[in-house]
Design a protein around this ligand. Structure first.
Ligand SMILES: [Zn+2]
Length: 280
């Protein structure tokens, strides 16, 4: 049979050969379960932070560990090989408290590199990429805390934080794989779905982890639109909950405030949820 051998490296940049190498990865649902359970056990055994499935501490080094394990168990080392070809190894891993909707994020940063030492007048510059995967600690630590219900990520039920982290990370690795193979990535498109079924047996590309909004309802009984009171620099204020992220943003009517679309002026306060008292 003609055609590239998917087990051979192909050189830098997205290419049909890389796409073939990624599409050649295929695991049955049982295999996926077995391999991801192995990674689960390995994380608990090796990480100084993760003591149990519902860990309360995590570091960026845990994401590095996860990456190494997944690249080995699911990608046959192809991710780090492609990153290396693209001079994008090591990549960056971050834990972010700011992600409050998305559970993770994979970004590709572009930087131009000037070719040096190739004679006078050579102004050719090529692009180099850097990759970063962020995982939301707000969602991870908000889940399996006060809210008791079934939680799913990628269409699969997860039973603790480490399982949730694994499903989130798997989704982000698929974004990375698409960037490396295709030069772009979209988890709502057919290509992503096909890859995610072949490699991770994911059924969907969404999660229902506990968001700060849901957390606020269960732990503090507070929802958007509630009238609340709180103390700020010695002054008791009364306002309405406008948004809930890590803190609640409260609009307090005041002649010094900004004009809003309802024709009134409001000051905005960002208040930690435990400091709010609900008014009826
Ligand atoms: Zn996505």
């Amino acid at each position: 049979m003609e055609g590239p051998d998917p087990s051979e490296p192909t050189g830098p940049g997205p290419s049909p050969q890389r796409q073939a190498r990624l599409f050649a990865l295929l695991y049955s649902a049982e295999e996926v379960q077995h391999r991801s359970r192995q990674i689960y056990d390995e994380m608990l055994a090796r990480s100084p932070n993760l003591q149990t499935g519902n860990f309360t501490r995590i570091g960026p080094d845990d994401l590095e560990r996860l990456f190494a394990a997944y690249d080995r168990e699911f990608f046959r080392g192809r991710l780090s090989e492609m990153l290396l070809e693209d001079r994008a190894l090591p990549m960056d891993f971050r834990l972010s408290g700011r992600l409050v909707r998305a559970a993770g994020m994979t970004t590709r940063l572009t930087r131009p590199v000037r070719n040096l030492g190739q004679g006078k007048g050579n102004r050719n510059s090529e692009l180099e990429y850097e990759y970063e995967i962020s995982v939301s600690t707000t969602l991870l630590f908000g889940t399996f805390r006060d809210v008791e219900r079934a939680v799913s990520v990628g269409g699969l039920e997860v039973h603790d934080r480490l399982e949730a982290l694994q499903r989130i990370f798997e989704h982000e690795l698929l974004h990375l794989a698409e960037f490396l193979g295709w030069g772009k990535s979209n988890c709502r498109a057919a290509n992503f779905r096909a890859l995610s079924r072949r490699i991770f047996a994911h059924e969907a590309a969404y999660h229902d982890l506990v968001t700060p909004r849901e957390q606020a309802v269960v732990a503090h009984g507070i929802t958007v639109g509630d009238r609340v009171t709180f103390e700020h620099e010695g002054i008791r204020r009364v306002g309405r909950v406008n948004r809930i992220t890590r803190r609640a943003s409260i609009l307090v009517e005041s002649p010094d405030g900004r004009l809003f679309s309802d024709g009134k002026r409001y000051l905005t306060f960002y208040v930690p949820l435990p400091m709010l008292q609900k008014l009826t």
